[in-house]
Write a protein that binds this ligand. Sequence first.
Ligand code: NDP
Length: 393
Amino acid sequence: MAKVLIIGAGGVGGVVVQKCAANPEVFSEIVLASRRLEKCREIQERAPRPIQIEQVDADQVVELVALIRKHEPQLVVNVALPYQDLTIMEACLETGTHYMDTANYEHPDEAKFEYMEQRALHDRFRDAGLMALLGSGFAPGVTNVFCAHARKHHFDEIHTIDILDCNGGDHGKAFATNFNPEINIREITQPGRYWEAGEWREIPAMSEMMVWDYPEIGPRDSYLLYHEELESLAKNLAPVGLKRIRFFMTFGQEYLTHLRVLGNVGLTSIEPVMYEGREIIPLQFLKAMLPDPGSLAAGYTGKTNIGCVFDGVKDGQPRKLYLYNVCDHAETYKEVQAQAISYTTGVPAMIGAMMMLQGKWSGKGVFNMEEFDPDPFMEQLNQQGLPWHETWL
Ligand code: NDP
């Protein structure tokens, strides 16, 4: 029985609240706080049992500290934006509270995707006897746990890993992103990067493509991107034989054409420009024009398929495995009024919080998901709406 403070009332926050509320034996009390109280209220009204709501500017450590002191939660679940990771971690340190998030810290003025600044807080969390769990969404998150599971149960050595992220759904809009548009477009317009033979290799954005036949969806063009879990997985799996790790995401031609045009006219840039006497960030302006990802949920059809292809050896024999989940947009809408991208992020966020609060995952310091026993997490995925499948290739 524990009290949890969830920060961020967006698409993912809505799912985390619903799923925590559905597990009252773990999450006895729920507080939801976000920049706008009306967004919290919308989620509160949909919740299956009473939750408390609060307004907070999570860029301000002082406000966060006051909020945490008022409610005294055991754990803060950060599902606001990556810009707020460091302020929320700082407030947790100041108040002696455990911390969890779903995306690595990003500086608003520079799109770098790395754990360095959060990992730098490791000794302070350790010395305070606190735990911070980073990246408990699907990718990162479940993909890291899939790697730990494959390593524990199926391989003596894993030589290559391809993480595959496919959204085969249709929301009927000409162009929209499935989670926060600003964060999403920053991620996919950066150069592609992967790790091979101990080195990071960089390629121009969207310049490498393969076709993968996704179970329950079919063949889709999949483009090599840099994604944050590559950093910790390369480091943690290199000692057990990893030679290469890459990340691929599917995009349709229509989406890529829109993105190219928006990029060509400068609307995906994060460099400030002057407009009618004031500075604006083109990408933030574009975000204001695009549909709110949460609004895509009603009428969204099709499925997501996210998983990992592992190539390696067991008992001296080569083997290849695809470990994946399939999630149906219409089903998740029926269950929690959210599309599958919010759902596949929010459910693992709730499970990560559950692992910490039940003491199934514990430690002092800052950790990535693959550093813990995958078994209790994998068991909960099957029970909480994200069943996984294994196909030997
Ligand atoms: P949304 O933009 O829908 O929601 C973010 C919420 O945070 C909004 O309610 C927003 O408020 C609130 N917020 C933003 N800034 C502040 C602030 N300064 N103080 C308080 N609240 C703030 O995003 P999503 O729900 O789609 O994504 C949430 C997180 O999940 C992101 O960090 C995203 O990167 C991550 N994610 C992780 C994935 C994974 O698999 N690991 C996949 C998808 C997303 P307002 O409503 O006022 O704008």
